[in-house]
Design a protein around this ligand. Structure first.
Ligand SMILES: [Zn+2]
Length: 300
């Protein structure tokens, strides 16, 4: 058993207070308010809620080494790029390679390998293989359902993959750029609960109004933070941050911490920003994360 002392940034109660945390078996067992004044801050670590680690050109352990320096404590990673090349074997490599690193790297089972039936990438993942992956504790969801024409046209294999995820009690990630109206409603009715492809605020608002969670994406390939950040204040419980693609030169400069800084600079409430950067993804994907320990800002 060990204890950590600090100013606890409590996102749920929206408060900051001096506290002593008791840690046992790698988990917080108790939080005790303290009368003493501490200088270090303790807050939940940041989560990248959707990233293809392969696009960083790094293996998961190296990605973790770089991301941890920026306060990232967990990711939800879709290994669909390696799955296109190596199939199940590639997915298991990513899981195994990420086991002994300080960042909790979680995965989604890639739903669209190959991305369309017109592609020949070398490997494919069927609903049978998704069923196998769903048994893995590190697989927390079905990965981005890029095949929205398949959802809209009642493709039985697409629905079989979604059913397998639901039977395992895991959510289904979306990918539906510019989908709106009745087509969007049908896509959501299939049980798809997130989208990270919004490039317009109105598009994101329509998806939120129909029940989706929006992943505000800012990475190497797509930058949507500037357009979507007003959602942090209007819908702080329904947004998360993600990079989607994160090249090594980008990751070297920063990660989710950069979005936290930009959101604070844009005038959003600290607790809303921290909720979007950590708590919401942890809750949606039912993942355990951990605390960041930051020095007294006056010292730095
Ligand atoms: Zn993606």
């Amino acid at each position: 058993m060990k204890t950590i002392k600090g100013k606890l940034v409590d996102i749920v109660q929206r408060d900051i207070y001096n506290a002593i945390l008791t840690i046992e078996d790698g988990k917080i067992q108790n939080i005790q308010k303290a009368k003493e004044e501490f200088s270090e801050y303790l807050l939940p670590g940041f989560i990248d809620s959707h990233v293809h680690i392969e696009s960083s050109m790094l293996k998961p352990s190296e990605f973790a080494r770089m991301a941890a320096r920026h306060g990232t404590i967990a990711t939800v990673s879709d290994p669909h790029e390696i799955a296109n090349v190596c199939g199940l074997e590639g997915v298991y490599y990513m899981i195994k390679e990420s086991e002994k690193v300080p960042v909790k790297i979680h995965f989604t089972a890639p739903s669209c390998v190959p991305a369309t039936e017109f592609e020949n990438t070398g490997h494919s993942l069927s609903s049978k293989e998704i069923e196998i992956l769903m048994k893995e504790p590190k697989i927390v969801a079905l990965g981005e359902m890029m095949n929205y024409p398949g959802v809209l046209n009642d493709d039985p294999e697409v629905y079989a993959k979604i059913k397998v995820a639901f039977d395992a009690g895991k959510p289904v990630d979306g990918h539906a750029p510019e989908l709106g109206g009745e087509r969007l409603k049908k896509y959501i009715r299939a049980g798809i609960s997130t989208d990270h492809e919004c490039t317009r605020l109105e598009e994101a608002l329509e998806k939120i109004e129909n029940g989706m969670h929006i992943l505000i994406r800012e990475g190497s390939a797509a930058q949507n933070f500037g357009v979507l950040h007003p959602l942090i204040t209007t819908y702080p419980e329904l947004c998360m941050f993600c990079t989607d693609d994160c090249h090594p030169d980008y990751l070297e400069k920063g990660h989710i911490n950069t979005l936290v800084s930009r959101a604070i600079a844009a005038g959003h409430n600290l607790f809303d920003v921290l909720r979007v950067s950590s708590y919401n993804a942890s809750k949606h994907f039912r993942i355990n994360t951990g605390m960041l320990q930051l020095g007294d800002p006056a010292d730095s």
